[in-house]
Write a protein that binds this ligand. Sequence first.
Ligand code: F6P
Length: 325
Amino acid sequence: MEHLKVNTIGVLTSGGDSPGMNAAVRAVVRTALGENMRVYGIRFGYAGLLENDMVEMNMKSVSDCLQRGGTILYTARSKEFAAPEGVEKAARILRQAEIDGLVVIGGDGSFRGARDLTAAGIPCIGIPGTIDNDIACSDYTIGFDTAVNTVIESVDKLRDTSKSHHRCSVVEVMGRNAGYIAIHAGIACGAIAALVPEVPFDIDRDVCDRIKKTLHLGRSHFIVMVSEGVGNTEEIARYIKAQTGVDTRATILGHVQRGGSPTGRDRIIASRMGYYAVKLLRSGFGGRVVAIREDNIVDYDIDEALSFHKDMDRELYHLVGTISI
Ligand code: F6P
C-alpha cells in the first residue's frame, strides 16, 4: 500500500513488553523529528489509542530511556480493538488528531491490528518486539537477547545450588508457543535437555534416560530447560525425581525475564528498525513489517509477514542434549 504524504505519525508499543522497546521508540521519535515530522506517543497500546491517550513528543521526551527496560509508552492487550468497530474507532481518533501514519512495536497480534488499521486508511509499520523471537518473517525480535541473558544469569545461580546438593533443576522459561528462549538458554547453561512446544518429546527417552546414563558416568547435577507452553513444570520435576531418584526442584522464572536493561544487541537492532520504520512512512509506504534478515534490515507486506512460518532449528535442539552428556 502506498500513500503520498505522511507528516504526522504516532508510535505505540503493544502486547507483552520487551527490553529494547524504548530504544525503538527513541529511534522513531528522533528520526521523525529529524525529518521535520510531528510525532505522538500513544500510551497503553491500542487500548490507549481507543481512549485517545496520546502526547506529542519532542527530542527530550525520549532522553534517558535507551538503557531502560519496559516501555515508556506503557503497553496493553485490547479486546475492543480486536473487533472491526474498534479498528474503525481507532482510525477515526487518529484522523481527528491528524495522525497519518503509525508505528506499532509488538508481536504478531499487534501486527494484525496494524494490518486492519492500514486497511481502514491509516498506513502502519510493524516492528517486531517480543522476547519470544517468534515473528516468522524476522530472524530476530527485539528483547530476545536480553531475555536469554537474564535466564542465563539466573540459571548460573541455580547451577551453584544444584551442584552443592547433587540435584536436578527444572527451569521453566517464557514462550507459550515458542521454544527459542529454552533452546538458546539451554545451550548457554549446559542443560541436559530443553523441552519446547515445537518438538514432540518423550520424557523418559529425552530426559530421564539421559540423566540415568550420565549419573553412571559420574555426573551429579542437572539442568532441564522447559518452555512454559510444554506442560506443568512441577509435575515434570516430580516425574524426573520418581524415575531417576535424583532430588529435583522446579523453578519458574516468570516475568523477571521480560525486564532489565537491554543488551547492546537489542539496543542496536531496535534503533535500526525504528529508523527504518520512519523512513518507510516518510517515503509513503504503509502496511509493512520491518524485519532483520542476515543482518540486513528489510520489510515485508504485513499479510505476507503474517503468513510466514518459522521452523524450530532442529540442529540447535539436538545440540542441547548432545553436548551436555
Ligand atoms: O509474548 C511474550 C510473553 O512473555 C510470552 O512469552 C508469555 O507467554 C506471555 O508473554 C505472558 O503474557 P502476560 O504478560 O500476559 O502474562
